[in-house]
Write a protein that binds this ligand. Structure first.
Ligand code: HEM
Length: 464
């Protein structure tokens, strides 16, 4: 009897909670407009446990829901937080770009909240739109303009050459198979070596950011015992290290003998931004953050895409000799450089396909909508977390036929006289892979050009 009562109590409690929940949602929806469609979640927690895609690939689940509900925008309830996923370029452009004034904040929970509470400064990625984000973006963008100077590249133009020589290219014995990943990493991250703690710590921080992405999107970071809380002191230590270590080394060298310090981002910021500032102390914090952000956001991403470029070549063995032949023809025995940028479409084709086929950021960093908005008759409430499904856009079969196959030839067209050029009818995945609107990756030109140059030189020196 008593167990029957307990069951009845539990049923009543669930019913009461369900009614309260529905009332709360209705209150939170001041307009009568519906939310965009989406799958029903569990009572109360909605989809808090996270969407399960095949093999944990939630971007596939998001895309499939979009197809199932016939909408390029889907809505999920994450325990009261609205999650909006944009599965098409059209939706991203209409919302994140055309309405960027209200879609450019970052979520207030998870890493953003943590970085505000701990006053972390290492990264521009998670800053809110107001406040220091603007000045930080300006500082990061300074050395990353469309036409970047070679000295702004991670190791200058010479780096890929040095790396190739160091790793055995141009007549020196080829690298051992096991070391290939490390060689590619060092092209993008000069500090990558076992004896360089900065690189290790950045990778650990990157792993944590990725694994805890759920905590950035939804308020699970607030649940006691969540990893993000447990790891907050670890994050704080990493933050200080990333922010201070590279900057301080350069600062000391500049103080000792500025002339002998090669041009680099830290030196440039010190000389042009910090020294002329009204409040040099504040500007120095900004400069430190900018340098830390660039390293944290730029080294691993560039390395990942460059590794995907190598994989693209492995998967397309017939493409390699064509690409090498075009380099031989254009460069006549010297290593490629930026003057060959327009003349080597094969290299662009590999970088583009690597970015499309295996996008390093499959789901964009979360944006946050700051006011209620209406899109095609549906309500996107203020505070919604808005995520662009970059993977889905780059796997749209209407734009990239047979999207699952890795095929760099899709970007090239051959004229009757045999000239190969980039096909302007095929959209460049780089226009999507670096995000959207006011939060678009400020390192996109630096990242793309680093990969292009490194790959061009790899192709000139190696068979893969
Ligand atoms: C292949 C390489 C790279 C890829 C695929 C990539 C991709 C992205 C994406 C998708 C975002 C989020 C954009 C958004 O929220 O809409 C982002 C943000 C960012 N990226 Fe990159 N990135 C790359 C390289 C770099 C490099 C080389 C740097 C620095 C030199 C950099 C610095 C940043 C920063 C600072 C942000 C934060 C911007 C903000 O929140 O306002 N990234 N990146």
């Amino acid at each position: 009897m008593s167990s029957l009562l307990r069951v009845a109590d539990a049923v009543l409690l669930c019913a009461a909670l369900a009614i309260i929940y529905r009332l709360c949602l209705r209150q939170a929806q001041p307009s009568r407009l519906p939310y965009p469609p989406g799958p029903p979640g569990y009572p109360l927690i909605g989809h808090l446990s996270g969407p399960e895609g095949p093999g944990g690939r939630s971007w596939v689940a998001f895309r499939d829901w979009g197809l199932q509900y016939g909408s390029d925008v889907i809505h999920l309830n994450m325990a009261g937080t609205h999650l909006i996923v944009l599965n098409t370029l059209r939706a991203c452009s209409n919302l994140l770009e055309k309405r960027s004034t209200i879609y450019s904040d970052r979520p207030t929970a998870g890493i953003t909240m943590l970085s505000e509470l701990l006053e972390l400064w290492s990264t521009a990625l998670w800053t809110r739109m107001a406040g220091r984000s603007q000045v930080l973006r300006v500082a990061v963008q300074r050395p990353c303009g469309a036409k970047i100077s070679p000295s702004a590249l991670p190791g200058g133009v010479t780096l890929p050459t040095q790396s190739l020589h160091g790793s055995g290219g141009m007549g020196i014995p080829r690298p051992s198979h096991g070391g290939r990943a490390d060689h590619v990493r060092r092209i993008c991250d000069r500090r990558a070596s076992k004896r360089r703690p900065l690189s290790e710590r950045c990778r650990a921080c990157g792993r944590m950011c990725t694994e805890d992405l759920g905590s950035c999107e939804v308020p699970t970071g607030l649940v006691p015992g969540c990893r993000i809380q447990a790891e907050s002191s670890f994050v704080a230590q990493i933050d200080m290290y990333i922010r201070d270590a590279p900057y301080d080394v350069t600062k000391k060298r500049v103080a000792d003998d500025a002339e002998s310090v090669p041009d680099c981002v830290a030196k440039d910021l010190m000389e042009k931004m910090v020294n002329n500032a009204k409040d040099p102390e504040y500007m120095e914090r900004v400069a430190r953050s900018a340098v830390g952000s660039m390293y944290l956001a730029g080294a691993d991403t560039t390395h990942s895409v460059l590794s995907a470029c190598v994989l693209t070549l492995v998967l397309n063995p017939n493409f390699l000799p064509r690409a090498q032949a075009s380099i031989d023809e254009v460069c006549q025995g010297r290593l490629p450089d930026f003057s060959d940028y327009e003349a080597l479409p094969h290299v662009h084709a590999v970088v583009r396909e690597a970015m499309r086929w295996n996008p390093v950021v499959a789901l964009n960093l979360p944006h946050r909508c700051t006011t209620d908005d209406t899109y095609e008759g549906q309500l996107i409430p203020a505070g919604s977390i808005v995520i662009a499904n970059i993977w889905a856009i780059l796997h749209d079969p209407a734009v990239y036929p047979d999207p699952e196959s890795c095929n760099p030839m899709r970007y090239l067209r051959c004229s009757p006289d045999g000239t190969v050029t980039l096909d302007p009818a095929v959209p460049n995945p780089a226009d999507v892979a670096f995000g959207f609107g006011r939060r678009i990756c400020p390192g996109r030109f630096m990242g793309y050009q680093t990969m292009w140059l490194a790959l061009a030189r790899m192709l000139a020196a190696f068979d893969i």
